[in-house]
Ligand binder design. Structure first.
Ligand SMILES: *Cc1c(COP(=O)(O)O)cnc(C)c1O
Length: 456
């Protein structure tokens, strides 16, 4: 035990941060505004009012550095927060690396991922505004589960469109959502005009997050007491997730360590932004200087292969236009197992931060990710969700580079969820059936031809 074999740093409930961190006022320039799709003028609060309650819209455009977490939300958070920070001693040993690897584990939540960190406040503000029902999309099923749990806390109905490919692959997600009181539809569905249009073209459509968003938005826009909730991408979602990074900072302070490299997976950017923004604040203030790296799937590489342009958040073109890294709203990614990373766009805020050069990005193919996941499971004892296996693969690459160079870097990664309901993907990997799709660049160019024309 000589070199301090401390596996876990836990905070007391009383040490849980009581404010979320908004990075916008600390950036050298503000992110470009969302645009109304008809007028192409900056979208105002009223443009979002059919979909979101005003308190969330105000958070979306806020320039306040810190926003208080309502006490009621703190109470629900304490069902699983603060979440543990682990040192991966056993993985380090297996890799033979001098690097020190830490992971912040969000799999301890009711949904098994970081998603309840924003589901709970989103439902809280909707309940306060008198909303009766929330609609949403879900990819891997994590977000639908989180929202159903949060709706159960505040007595709201919850209707979920689940991406067809994962609806078929992961039937237990549906059961879990139903257990929390939600209703689940396979997307594309016959229940909406946008779903019917997709099914007419392709009856066995595997779906995509973009299509499922169109369906949920379409239904929410039709009734006053029904609103929509998004599990990633938007500023208020990343804001709520910063509790992860604020806790991790306190945990690192207890260890008297600072990270040299932080890696996280990016689908829409929320777990990554949530962990890294508080560290980026410290970096911009000159108090530490970690390299911060986003990791995306080779099959859906919006940061590394997409363009930075105004695009729709959904496939049917119902949302305001957002300036972001995008593969084109019509892009349908291959049905890789990391369902939560199959999104054509990227958080506009994170895209802006990437353009400012404050973070790096890379992509990894899924078989390398699952090799990393299996090594992680056999050493650390946690079966990761398919999404954070991307971060683990990047973390292992970094740790092996340290082995070559002899550098004792401190690496921090977001282990944003467990994979207990994703075992079908492990089965595909372990049986040798998993393949890397390696889409060629022509696939990406094709969907980009349909970007909306905006002079900005
Ligand atoms: C939803 C999800 C993701 C992708 O979303 P981000 O907003 O990029 O975090 C990644 N990992 C897990 C476990 C998820 O549930």
């Amino acid at each position: 035990m000589a070199d301090g074999l401390r596996h876990k740093v836990v905070l007391d409930e009383s040490e849980m941060p009581t404010q979320w961190y908004n990075i916008v006022p600390d950036l050298p320039s503000p992110p470009p505004p969302a645009l109304h799709p008809g007028t192409l003028q900056p979208a105002g609060p009223d443009d979002f009012a059919p979909l979101f309650p005003m308190e969330l819209i105000l958070q979306e455009v806020s320039t306040e550095r810190y926003i208080d977490i309502p006490e009621d939300v703190q109470d629900v958070y304490k069902l699983w927060r603060p979440s543990p920070l682990y040192r991966a001693h056993r993985l380090e040993k297996a890799l033979g690396t001098p690097a020190r690897i830490y992971y912040k584990y969000e799999g301890v939540s009711p949904a098994g991922s970081h998603k309840p960190n924003t589901a709970v406040p989103q439902v809280y503000y909707n309940a306060k505004a008198g909303v009766r029902k929330l609609t949403t999309e879900t990819g891997a099923g994590q977000w639908g589960t989180a929202l159903a749990f949060a709706c159960a806390q505040y007595g709201l109905e919850c209707e979920v469109w689940q991406v067809g490919a994962s609806f078929d692959q992961k039937p237990y997600r549906r059961t879990m959502i139903e257990t929390f009181g939600g209703t689940v539809h396979r997307s594309p569905s016959e229940l909406t005009a946008s779903g019917r249009a997709q099914l007419a073209e392709r009856p066995d459509h595997p779906g995509s997050l973009g299509i499922a968003i169109s369906e949920a938005v379409e239904v929410a826009a039709q009734s006053d007491d029904v609103k929509y909730a998004l599990g990633s991408v938007l500023n208020h979602v990343l804001l709520h997730q910063t509790i992860i990074g604020e806790e991790a900072l306190l945990q690192f302070a207890k260890l008297d360590e600072t990270p040299d490299v932080i890696v996280g997976c990016t689908g829409g950017g929320s777990n990554f932004g949530g962990l890294t923004f508080p560290f980026l604040r410290e970096k911009m203030a000159g108090r530490m200087s970690p390299t911060i790296r986003a990791v995306e799937p080779a099959s859906c590489p919006s940061l590394t292969k997409g363009v930075y342009a105004y695009d729709f958040g959904d496939t049917a073109g119902l949302t305001p236009l957002m300036k972001m890294h995008t593969l084109g709203h019509g892009f349908v990614p291959d049905p890789i197992h990391a369902g939560g990373l199959r999104y054509h766009g990227m958080s506009p805020l994170l895209s802006h931060i990437y353009e400012l050069g404050l973070i790096e990005a890379m992509s990894v193919p899924q078989t390398e990710c699952f090799a990393a996941a299996v090594q992680f499971a056999r050493t650390e004892g946690i079966v990761p969700a398919p999404e954070p296996t991307h971060a683990l693969a990047a973390c292992i690459r970094e740790a092996l580079a340290c082995k070559e160079s002899g550098e004792e870097k401190v690496i921090l990664t977001a282990l944003c969820g467990h994979g207990h309901l994703d075992l079908a993907s492990y089965e595909a990997y372990l049986s040798g059936r998993m393949v890397d799709e390696n889409p060629d660049d022509a696939r990406f160019t094709e969907a980009l031809a349909d970007l909306p024309k905006v002079d900005a």
